[in-house]
Design a protein around this ligand. Structure first.
Ligand code: RIB
Length: 274
């Protein structure tokens, strides 16, 4: 691939690099960029809008060749002002969805939510909860919608601070005070936190609570019990994102492209019959 550009650098914005979803994603991105002799400049947004906007401005000033944006903290105005209007190649994914013209890539969030619900329903869980962060991004809303397509409105939505283990741990109390038996944690980190929180309350998984996670990060296999989860092809998502962006840099005038990668359920041992 011949890409003749100035800095051979790509800026990547993620909301939280300490979450293994994002580190695996970045590994996929970087592996492709490295192969094509590009350097990856990583910005961890920490979900702070101003920090993101400054980072974006700075990257643009330094003349990076393209941008990969996975964080919702960056506003659409900034995308227009700092990227679209300046004709910088960029691609948007995961927590950020595109408004207006751009390439996009994602995974099938609606199906993911639906698969989680179908699984809990097959196990005859009638009282179920979905644990979500309070600032719900569009991709996560689609998971909730998919879940709702099976359970209707007959489930409890539990809002926590963030997509973190800490938040999962904190949600355990509310769950233990309800009659819930099946839990869909909107990402694996929340599920891991629930494991600890429930254990601290003397509860066991899956005997007291069945838990389905989301992402399928490596750690799922190493938990006790190993976590049943919805797998996103995270590394592959990273690779294809980088490939799409490089393609855009090479062919700035080509038609916008949009890709949706599949998800599937990985059955392990964190769920059982109600
Ligand atoms: O674990 C991080 C979560 O937030 C993932 O499910 C990912 O898709 C992101 O939006």
């Amino acid at each position: 691939r011949m890409v003749m550009k100035k800095s051979k650098t790509i800026g990547v914005m993620v909301p939280d690099i300490s979450n293994p979803f994002f580190s695996t994603l970045v590994r996929g991105i970087e592996d492709v960029l490295f192969q094509e002799s590009f350097i990856t400049m990583l910005c961890n947004a920490n979900e702070e809008n101003e920090r993101e906007s400054n980072a974006l401005e700075e990257l643009s000033r330094r003349g990076v060749d393209g941008f990969i944006i996975a964080s919702s903290a960056i506003s659409n105005e900034d995308i227009d002002r700092l990227l679209r209007n300046k004709k910088h190649p960029f691609i948007i994914l995961d927590q950020k969805s595109s408004e207006g013209d751009s390439d996009t890539i994602g995974t099938d969030d609606f199906l993911g939510g639906k698969l989680a619900a179908e699984h809990l329903k097959e196990l005859e869980h009638m009282n179920v909860a979905v644990v979500v962060p309070k600032n719900i991004t569009q991709n996560i809303q689609r998971r909730v919608d998919g879940f709702e397509s099976i359970y209707g409105t007959g489930f409890k939505l539990i809002e926590v601070e963030s997509l973190s283990k800490k938040s999962g741990r904190e949600a355990a109390k509310e769950i233990s005070e309800s009659n819930i038996s099946g839990i869909f944690a909107i990402n694996d980190e929340i599920a891991f936190g629930l494991y600890l929180g429930l254990k601290e309350l003397g509860k066991t998984v899956p005997d007291d609570y069945s838990i389905v996670g989301y992402d399928n990060v490596d750690m799922c296999e190493y938990m006790t019990p190993p976590l049943t989860t919805i797998a996103q092809p995270i590394y592959e998502l990273g690779r294809q994102t980088a490939e799409m962006l490089l393609d855009r840099i090479e062919h700035p005038e080509k038609e916008w492209e949009s890709k949706k990668l599949p998800v599937n359920i990985i059955n392990r041992f964190s769920t059982t019959h109600a």
